[in-house]
Design a protein around this ligand. Structure first.
Ligand code: E4P
Length: 215
């Protein structure tokens, strides 16, 4: 399973990248707005040190606008994955961009049929939003399982399932169990994955015993 980090905070990305566990990055307009910087500048800086896919979202909502914005974003670096919304115009833009060799991440996916359409349009990644479904008391993980099953039924559907809108460690574990190819995880959740009180307690005891033996 690949780990992407879901943030536009360059310092946080650098810190996680140094651990050597980062396979890519996803951003979205809300995350970019939080950074207070221009989309292109943030993406360019991330791509200067991250070699895996870096998702950069278009703001246009019409086919032509998405296409021209997508082409500009793709020029920033070869590892930019252009993010388009799951609309008919987004799917059209996805088809063209992916046939030109640009990676495309189709975002805001909330149903298995939408995921099927994205795969037919040649998406590199489909982003089902688990947390936002769970927020409505729906089952985000069921969507991941359904998409996995559908994609595995057909040899010609090669889109990678990118579990998005992850809220906590259980979402990461359950996405892995459901066979998601990638999980895009906020930095605080990614850091929390290592935590276990028994690890801390065990380490403390080992060090105490080693100190006793020395003394
Ligand atoms: C994914 O690419 C999206 O940026 C992200 O996971 C959305 O998460 P949210 O629902 O927490 O905003």
């Amino acid at each position: 399973m690949q780990f992407f980090v879901d943030t536009a905070d360059v310092a946080a990305i650098r810190e996680l990248d140094e651990l050597g566990l980062l396979d890519g990055v996803t951003t979205n307009p809300s995350l970019i707005a939080k950074s207070g910087r221009k989309n292109e500048n943030v993406i360019e800086e991330i791509c200067s040190f991250v070699t895996g896919p870096v998702s950069a979202e278009v703001l246009a909502t019409d086919f032509k606008g998405m296409l021209s914005e997508g082409k500009e974003l793709a020029k920033i670096a070869p590892n930019v994955a252009v993010k388009v919304p799951l609309t008919w115009d987004g799917l059209r833009a996805c088809k063209v961009l992916s046939s030109e060799g640009t990676m495309v991440n189709v975002t805001l996916c909330f149903s298995a049929n939408q995921a099927l359409l994205a795969a037919k349009a040649g998406a590199t990644f489909i982003s089902p939003f688990i947390g936002r479904l769970d927020d409505l008391a729906l089952d985000g993980m069921e969507l991941i399982r359904d998409i996995r099953l559908i994609y595995d039924n057909y040899d010609d559907l090669n889109t990678q399932i990118l579990a998005a809108s992850i809220r906590g460690p259980n979402h990461v574990k359950d996405s892995a169990l459901a066979g998601a190819d990638v999980a895009t995880v906020p930095p605080n959740v990614l850091k929390a994955l290592v935590n276990h009180p028994l690890t801390d307690k065990g380490l403390e005891a080992f060090l105490a015993d080693a100190a006793k033996a020395k003394g």
